[in-house]
Design a protein around this ligand. Structure first.
Ligand SMILES: [Zn+2]
Ligand SMILES: [Zn+2]
Length: 150
C-alpha cells in the first residue's frame, strides 16, 4: 500500500497519510494545521501521476535514504580515516552499498516535496534533475509531467 508523506507548510513536519479518495484534508499532528488534498483512483492503486497536494505532475525518484544521516556518517568516517588510514571510508562505502541495496525507492514531488512510498509505477518516474528542480522551484515552471528537453 502506498503511503504519502506531506510536509506541513506551517511547521515543516512530516504528515503521513494513506491515499483515500474520500479524504479531502489532512491535519498536522504537531501544529493542527489542516490542508486540502486531492486523491484520485490512481493514488489508491499506488500510481503517482498527479500530486495530491500541489496538483503538479513532475516527480523524481530516489533511494529512500536520509541525506542528513549520510552526511553525518561521512564526516565521522572522514575524521576517523586520519587514524585508520582511510579504512573507515571503505567501511562507510560498504555500509552505503548495503543500505542502498536494502532501501526502497521514494518518489518526490519537485514542487511541494511530498513523498510517496510503495509506488507502483516507479519505472515511469525519472531520477532527480537539477535543472528541472531549479526551474520548478525558482521560476515556478510547470513541466506537466514531461521530461526536460533541450
Ligand atoms: Zn504542522
Ligand atoms: Zn506536489
Amino acid at each position: 500500500m502506498m503511503t504519502v508523506q506531506f510536509t506541513c507548510e506551517k511547521c515543516k513536519s512530516g504528515v503521513q497519510v494513506y491515499p483515500n479518495i474520500h479524504s479531502t484534508q489532512a491535519v498536522c499532528d504537531i501544529c493542527q494545521h489542516s490542508f486540502l488534498l486531492l486523491f484520485n483512483a490512481d493514488h489508491e492503486k499506488g500510481i503517482v501521476k498527479d500530486c495530491p497536494c500541489c496538483k503538479r505532475k513532475d516527480f523524481y525518484i530516489q533511494k529512500d535514504f536520509n541525506r542528513k544521516i549520510g552526511v553525518i556518517l561521512f564526516v565521522i568516517a572522514a575524521v576517523l580515516s586520519i587514524w585508520t588510514y582511510g579504512i573507515s571510508l571503505i567501511v562507510l562505502y560498504l555500509i552505503d552499498l548495503f543500505l542502498f541495496k536494502k532501501l526502497g525507492n521514494v518518489v518526490s514531488c519537485y514542487k511541494c516535496n511530498t513523498l510517496f512510498r510503495g509506488v507502483v509505477n516507479q519505472s515511469d518516474i525519472r531520477p532527480f534533475d537539477h535543472e528541472m528542480n531549479d526551474r520548478i522551484v525558482y521560476s515556478d515552471h510547470d513541466f506537466n509531467g514531461e521530461p526536460l528537453r533541450h
